[in-house]
Design a binder for this molecule. Structure first.
Ligand code: CP
Length: 317
């Protein structure tokens, strides 16, 4: 069998990836995951390369796992955060990136509050750009690490039923996951109050259905993925109260009984315990929340390695 060639110097969205691309990055990430569990050690695939994390929004998991991933591959990793950079003095995104580019950055990992910001930057730089979450658009490495976690549990990404519940309209995680799981042949149920559901929800992914009742969405599901309310993107009232929201759309042990017996509970983090997810479930035997974080390093190693290699190939051809 001819090996599929990864041809993307940037990772901007799941929508850009073919099923073969998904298989390539997940297979590489899966090997990274096993290797890290056996003996985490520093490799040299990216020795002499520079990765710069440019985060215009706060992050715990994505930023630190990109840093660990880069370092585990032997790269030099630099972190820039808005509050301590010259962005706080009015410098533009493009000027920031252009300045980092002449320092010979091979890759920039960008999180930005504006949808499309990484695409804009990618059109103006030689470096590989990896989208670490842009506004309400996409969070491709989150969907990839979720896919890796699901696949390690079920051995497949096809034929499963995945309920994604919560603040769908503001969620780049929901969007990227729905697109990815649609491509791989799993059913996606998007569930949340009408005020948190995008008008085009049905069109997100090839296999998506829309629900406003959590029990209905969870019924017979293999995976229940809960999302936090993205208060940083919410303008105006979207629910009567947090208590009312939790009663109607929070996942608890009783509600999870409707899912398949082997169902897993996922959450991209950060969790608002007691709001969208009962704390006993978050820490319970069916929760794979920390495995998702572990998968994040494996996926980001694979993504950095593939994109930087593709960029090098494009530069010499
Ligand atoms: N899931 C996720 O993106 O978490 P952070 O905001 O902590 O990076």
């Amino acid at each position: 069998m001819v090996e599929h060639r990864w041809a993307h110097k940037h990772l901007l969205s799941i929508a850009d990836l073919s099923v073969e691309d998904l298989e390539t990055v997940l297979a590489k990430a899966d090997a990274n995951f096993d290797e890290a569990r056996k003996r985490p050690k520093k490799g040299d695939a990216l020795r002499g390369r520079t990765v710069i994390n440019v985060f215009f929004e706060s992050s715990t998991r994505t930023r630190s796992s990109f840093e660990v991933a880069g370092k585990r591959l032997g790269a030099d990793v630099v972190n820039i955060s808005v509050s301590t950079s010259s962005v706080s003095k009015g410098e533009t995104l493009l000027d920031t990136v252009k300045n980092l580019e002449v320092m010979r950055a091979d890759a920039m990992v960008i999180r930005h509050q504006a949808s499309g910001a990484p695409n804009f930057v990618a059109a103006h730089t030689r470096a590989s750009i990896l989208n670490a979450g842009d506004g309400m658009h996409e969070h491709p490495t989150q969907a990839l690490l979720d896919a890796l976690t699901i696949r390690r549990h079920f051995g497949t990404l096809s034929g499963l039923t995945v309920a994604i519940c919560g603040d769908i309209v503001h969620s780049r995680v929901a969007r990227s996951n729905a697109i990815l799981l649609g491509k791989t042949g799993s059913k996606v149920r998007l569930c949340g109050p009408k005020t948190m559901m995008p008008r085009e929800a049905q069109e997100l992914g090839a296999t998506t259905s829309v629900h406003t009742n959590l029990d209905e969405a969870v019924d017979g599901a293999d995976v229940v993925m809960m999302l936090r309310i993205q208060n940083e993107r919410v303008y105006g009232p979207v629910m009567a109260s947090t208590r009312e929201y939790s009663r109607t759309f929070g996942l608890n042990t009783r509600r999870l009984e409707g899912a398949k017996p082997g169902a897993i509970v996922m959450h991209p983090g950060p969790i608002n315990r007691g709001v969208e997810l009962d704390t006993r479930l978050a820490d319970g035997a069916r929760s794979v929340v920390l495995e998702q974080v572990e998968a994040g390093v494996a996926v980001r190693m694979a993504a950095l390695d593939l994109c930087i290699a593709a960029n090098k190939e494009i530069a010499v051809s």
